[in-house]
Design a protein around this ligand. Structure first.
Ligand SMILES: C[S@@+](CC[C@H](N)C(=O)[O-])C[C@H]1O[C@@H](n2cnc3c(N)ncnc32)[C@H](O)[C@@H]1O
Length: 476
């Protein structure tokens, strides 16, 4: 039996995690069962997200005959983890499944995520709080004026040099992917206008600021926020994982592509290297039996009808769902309640499926899993995010950059693969959205192969946060 206690830093300090309480009852329960002890791994994480997709104890079949038992140390001290383990080893838990097994990036949790952004107003009305309050630190770093002023100063320096050699184009393109409420765009545009006025360079009148998001609703909000700058701004409904499908006309023209808190919100798989073999983690979204029964009763449905109602919600959204199913939902508010209760109860079952070979694993439409090899073979066993959506977005975006342009991204990056061996990196739930840390070494590897310098630095304008700034620009 292998026991892996990942959050070892928590064994020290004022309130050390209780290793005995979280691990020993689990080991005792496995020993008392007839499970082959040579085939069991017990892994302990500290799941820091209060809202997440896991139970305190979770069984994960490894499809080579082994079994992983995962324990959330944060909740283990207050839970009967031994009894939970014994029960799970005796029989499969009572669950209502919403989908079949599939790689994480294809799970319906991403449809929930998209629904959250497309119907953000309804969610926020029901909770009475804005999405930014769920972000780390309670506000977006995208609104930070000092950070915007610094970035604009760097842009102006590049443009001054190009202007001096008559190489500056008439139109100066800046793209923002995933604009949220437009707070960042407003800070950027206000600062830009003021600094430019002060310098007398008239760059503001040449600026073309493109706000992009897959949620038409979010874009409407952002347009209102930047109403003062309407003449400088255009907006595009597009998928951030494929910006070039709509912005192909800007190839090699963008001086700045700006992205904050979006990569951590794009679909991802997880892969693992365990005992010399490589696996993809497959997920299956489900509802615990008891919560499913309550949920079904709350909308006058049977438990069997629940999956179809959930999928109808994901297809139609709460407004049309209430219109289409008046027997279950008296009005939109009732449909929103159903949406929020379903999301709160949602879990992800997990299992490890062997990968035939990294070259057969489609990391994105254009990259194979070979890009993962140096990271997976970097030492001890590891489980990490593939950040498929972020990698696809990153690669597609690089093709938009002007030779003197750059991509600037504020997000929660894991900047060293070792960071996956010690700390839980998602998925968690931020209100109605999904959050996963982003695989920084993978993005750096992919960018460098394409001739870009990719750097990571702690976000300098706010102390104590986890946010990192990634900058990518053509190598000198
Ligand atoms: C957490 S918010 C961040 C908003 C803003 N950048 C900030 O830092 O406050 C994530 C934004 O990304 C957008 N988004 C998420 N997935 C997307 C996708 N696949 N394509 C385009 N936009 C996406 C959401 O609609 C939302 O506006």
């Amino acid at each position: 039996m292998l026991v892996e206690f990942r959050p070892h830093a928590r064994l020290r300090g004022k309130q050390p995690a209780d290793l005995g309480a979280s691990v020993l009852p689990v080991v005792a329960a496995v020993s008392a069962s007839d499970t082959d002890l040579g085939k069991v791994r017990v892994v302990c994480d500290w799941v820091q997200y209060r809202n997440n997709f896991r139970d305190v104890v979770q069984l994960r079949p490894i499809l080579n005959g082994d079994l992983e038992i995962a324990v959330d140390v944060r909740r283990a001290a207050d839970a009967p983890v031994g009894e939970l383990t014994s029960a799970l080893l005796r029989q499969s838990p009572d669950r209502v499944y919403l989908e079949d097994w599939r790689p994480g990036r294809d799970s319906c949790v991403w449809r929930f995520n998209a629904l959250y952004w497309s119907a953000l107003d309804l969610w926020e009305k029901a909770t009475g709080r804005g999405y930014e309050q769920a972000l780390p630190g309670g506000e977006s770093d995208a609104r930070n004026r000092a950070a915007a002023a610094e970035l604009i100063g760097e842009l102006f320096a590049v443009w001054d040099r190009l202007a001096a050699s008559a190489a500056l184009p008439d139109e100066l393109y800046v793209i923002e992917l995933g604009v949220g409420n437009g707070g960042q765009a407003k800070v950027f545009l206000d600062e830009f206008r003021d600094l430019d006025r002060h310098r007398g360079t008239a760059y503001y009148s040449r600026l073309r600021y493109l706000m992009c998001d897959y949620s038409a609703h979010v874009l409407d909000l952002a347009r209102e926020t930047v109403a003062e700058h309407t003449e400088r701004v255009s907006s595009f409904v597009l998928d951030a994982t494929r910006p070039r499908t709509s912005l192909g006309f800007l190839r090699y023209k963008a001086f700045l592509v700006y992205i904050s808190n979006v990569y951590d919100n794009l679909p991802t798989d997880e892969v693992a290297q365990l005992g010399g073999r490589t696996y993809c983690v497959h997920n299956r979204a489900c509802l615990p039996g008891e919560e499913a029964a309550e949920l079904a009763e709350s909308v006058s449905a049977t438990v069997d009808e629940l999956p179809a109602l959930v999928h109808k919600l994901l297809r139609l959204g709460p407004v049309l769902l209430a219109e289409a199913c008046p027997d279950h939902f008296a009005d939109t508010d009732a449909a929103v309640r159903f949406w929020q209760d379903t999301w709160a109860a949602l879990r992800l079952a997990e299992r490890y499926v062997p990968l035939a070979g990294l070259d057969t694993y489609p990391l994105t439409d254009t990259l194979t899993g070979e890009a993962l090899r140096p990271l997976l073979e970097s030492g001890a066993d590891v489980r990490m995010h593939v950040s498929n959506g972020a990698v696809a977005s990153f690669v597609d975006t690089l093709g938009l950059l002007h030779p003197f342009g750059k991509l600037v991204c504020h997000d929660i990056f894991v900047d060293d693969i070792q960071g996956y061996r010690t700390t839980f990196r998602g998925p968690g739930k931020y209100d109605g959205s999904v959050v996963n840390w982003v695989n920084g070494p993978l993005l750096a590897h992919v960018g460098r192969k394409r001739g870009f310098d990719v750097d990571y630095a702690p976000f300098r304008h706010r102390a104590g946060g986890h946010v990192v700034t990634m900058t990518a620009q053509v190598r000198d």
